[in-house]
Design a protein around this ligand. Sequence first.
Ligand code: ZZB
Length: 258
Amino acid sequence: QEYTALKMEVSQWGERAAEVAKQLPEGSRTYFVAATLRPETMYGQTNCFVGPAIEYGLFQINEKDVYLCTDRAARNMAFQGVTKERGVIKKLASVKGEALLGTKIKAPFGIHPEVYLLPMQTVLATKGTGVVTSVPSDSPDDYINLMELRKKAAYYKIDESWVQYDPIPVIETPTYGGMTAEALVKKLKIQSPKDALLLAEAKDQAYKEGFYSGTMLVGDFKGQTVQEAKPKVRDQMIAAGLAFPYAEPEGLIISRSS
Ligand code: ZZB
């Protein structure tokens, strides 16, 4: 799998993350690194998800930059030219996802320039970077999780201001209009983030519809098809230093105890 790794810079640590922030060298810039297969949707980011029970690491990448992701992802990155010395990573600190909630980070290319960290139970520690930027207009998982968190903000211990942004139409498809994810969640009668099978089906349909029939509604490639725009948006992000390619060998199981 070839992902786009999006660099989401911390602009304000949440209350519970202040402890970990203290362990970082003075003057460092920390980025949550989100792995996405849909760079063309980044205009529509409304928040970012971490797994509350997942253990994340903070890794020194160069003099100034620190990346936050799973250990596994950092190890992969170290073999893909992200770190100075091939294969070498320097871990500065560890933090559990739940301590990161409410941290405010920049959302590159986002219509909303900053978004909050929220919990998502179904984030996999074994895929991507363990950080998932949220585009509820085009990702059924993101849509249903945002709605769930809004309904039960107190239960999930989140502040209502963290879930304030509505889904933003960024891609139009002939069948579902500008809110493909919402339309599919309704069509398949998905009730909660726990409807795993239906969500997998919705995701599959959303990918196909967006990729083969989608047209950009916003951004520099407005009016172009998603197929045309996708690599162009990705190239822009990489050229601007806001993203980098991150590959993950599909189906390869690395068993390693560490
Ligand atoms: C933004 C985005 C916008 C995404 C969209 C999808 C969609 P896949 O297809 O199963 O390989 N993701 C990335 N890492 C994780 C993880 N560790 N746990 C759970 N979800 C993860 O999944 C790749 C997509 O799943 C990624 O692309 C990311 O969400 C999420 F409009 O980034 B995506 C129809 C999907 N639309």
